[in-house]
Design a protein around this ligand. Structure first.
Ligand code: ADP
Length: 485
């Protein structure tokens, strides 16, 4: 791995109760080169229980300290993350593969959640409501839910961590984080920075190892009150089921199947740029990535020509190489899924306009691909490809395309391009999605509530709404007060 400016950021042990512990033995490799980067421990269910105990022990002190104090510690963590952005991005690109410029962008994005919730910590408040009796008062308190489990994926090894951990800590919760086995090193580096920021022992714990054993503890332990998860819909359902036994809150951010609609009155050039941004970030491996592109018949050919042209310039290669825009996919299974979607579409009549194959570099590199003549019967219309495949559907009518766009069990992000003001409102209101990008392909920011409906999840992360997940509401009825005169 490229040397870090601050070598101590490369931690290869789990972080429990304020100490780095465990015997490193699970390999973490670079998906671009196959290089062994480090080994991390498998703490198993015993380690997970220790981490929950540490978080439960730390909870009263952390929940009991002032919001100002929590805010100051989060702000210090933010400053340290920003100060180490180059090293953090180096770790991230090494274990995840995304281009270094994108990794730097992710670190800044990850840091922005810590900054935002450092500020938001001080704005948690309750209410006094109109009472039902003259001698009573109704108060509403908002208090931390307790110990939070956070389970995060490999596609955003930093941002998915801070998006859960920062609001949880701001609310006064303590956390046990289980990062993805592919990308634990970024999470451990963030934990090291949290330690240096002065976060008390046990407030944030990071456990690495077998997902099923650790997940079992995190979803059934009595001391965990909320399970926050970002990942596949399939695993989200398993965790929800497991958490039902102790009626935990579950905050789920699951898969998507984003439509991207280009109407005849769209700015085509802007729409192509938006499609590139939303389709090819992280090699197409984000849950808000465009999965289906619908283009009006009258602008279809012009759009496809321009899209294909732009995609030719997407340089594929190692994330650290100059000018590279597309790194490797996460693993061989990811490549096989892209191949299967292309083969199924071609067999059902689609045409390959660009790419369509593994990249000559080998490994898990794949050529940016454009398919035309795509229809709703093809697998890629129903399933998230999670790779660099841009399938183009042709449509004629607004009603028809909205029905097609909504014909999925998921409802995370949708995008559309149009310059017609009346249509903007009609379409944004009819799309059954938690987030809609209108004339933009880039919607993620810590300032907005990120989340889905239907099988895409049940929570919101970011903005002033994101902290609500981590706060319980308590109603207090105070009687015998007398009446105000
Ligand atoms: P992906 O397909 O993107 O890898 P997953 O949903 O499989 O998404 O994984 C997301 C996160 O969930 C990872 O941290 C992974 O280790 C974890 N995970 C997977 N299966 C389980 C499980 N049964 N219990 C707990 N965590 C799990």
């Amino acid at each position: 791995m490229r040397p870090l400016i601050d070598a101590d950021l490369l931690q290869n042990q789990s972080y429990i109760g304020g100490s780095f512990v465990g015997e490193p033995r699970l390999a973490v490799t670079n998906p671009s080169t196959g290089e062994l980067l480090a080994q991390v421990p498998d703490v198993g269910s015993a380690g997970a229980e220790e981490a929950v105990d540490a978080a439960a022990t730390a909870l009263p002190g952390w929940a009991g300290t002032t919001a100002k104090n929590r805010s100051a510690l989060l702000r210090r963590w933010f400053d340290l993350i920003v100060g180490s952005r180059t090293d953090l991005a180096t770790v991230l690109t090494s274990e995840q593969g995304k281009p270094f410029a994108e990794a730097l962008g992710e670190i800044d994005y990850a840091a922005s959640y810590v900054e935002f919730y450092a500020e938001e910590a001080k704005r948690i408040s309750g209410e006094v409501l109109a009472a039902h009796r003259a001698d009573a008062r109704i108060m509403v308190l908002r208090q931390p839910v307790g110990v939070v489990a956070a389970i995060t994926p490999w596609n955003f090894p930093a941002a998915m961590v801070t998006r859960k951990v920062a609001p949880a800590l701001a609310a006064g919760c303590t956390v046990v984080l289980k990062p993805a086995p592919e990308t634990p090193l970024t999470a451990l580096a963030l934990a090291e920075l949290a330690r240096r920021a002065g976060l008390p022992a046990g407030v944030l714990n990071v456990v690495t190892g077998d997902a099923i054993a650790i997940g079992q503890v995190l979803t059934t332990h009595r001391d965990i009150r909320l399970v926050g998860f970002t990942g596949s819909t399939e695993v989200g359902k398993i965790l929800m089921r497991q958490a039902a036994g102790t009626v935990k809150k579950v905050a789920l951010e699951l898969g998507g199947n984003a439509p991207f609609i280009v109407f005849e009155d769209a700015d085509i050039e802007a729409a192509v740029e938006g499609a590139i941004v939303s389709k090819f970030r992280n090699m197409g491996q984000t849950c808000v990535c465009t999965n289906r592109i619908y283009v009006h018949d009258s602008v279809h050919d012009a759009f496809v020509a321009r899209l294909t042209d732009r995609m030719r310039s997407l340089q594929v290669g190692d994330g650290f190489a100059e000018g590279v825009m597309q790194g490797p996919l996460v693993n061989e299974a990811a490549v096989q899924k892209v191949e299967a979607h292309i083969a199924d579409a071609v067999q059902k009549g689609a045409a390959v306009k660009l790419g369509g194959r593994r990249h000559p570099r080998g490994g898990t590199f794949f050529e940016p691909t454009v398919l035309t003549g795509v229809t709703g019967e093809m697998t890629l219309a129903r399933e998230e490809t999670f790779g660099p495949l841009a399938p183009v559907f042709r449509f004629i009518d607004e009603d028809e395309v909205i029905v097609a766009a909504n014909a999925t069990d998921t409802g995370l992000a949708a995008y559309f391009y149009s310059q017609n003001a009346a249509r903007l409102f009609r379409v944004m209101e009819r799309l059954q999605y938690g987030m809609v990008g209108v004339n933009t392909g880039m919607i993620s920011t810590e300032l907005a509530p990120f989340g889905g409906i239907k099988e895409s999840g049940n929570s919101r992360e970011g903005s002033q709404y994101g902290i609500n997940e981590f706060l319980d509401m308590k109603y207090v009825c105070v009687g015998g007060v007398g009446s105000a005169s």
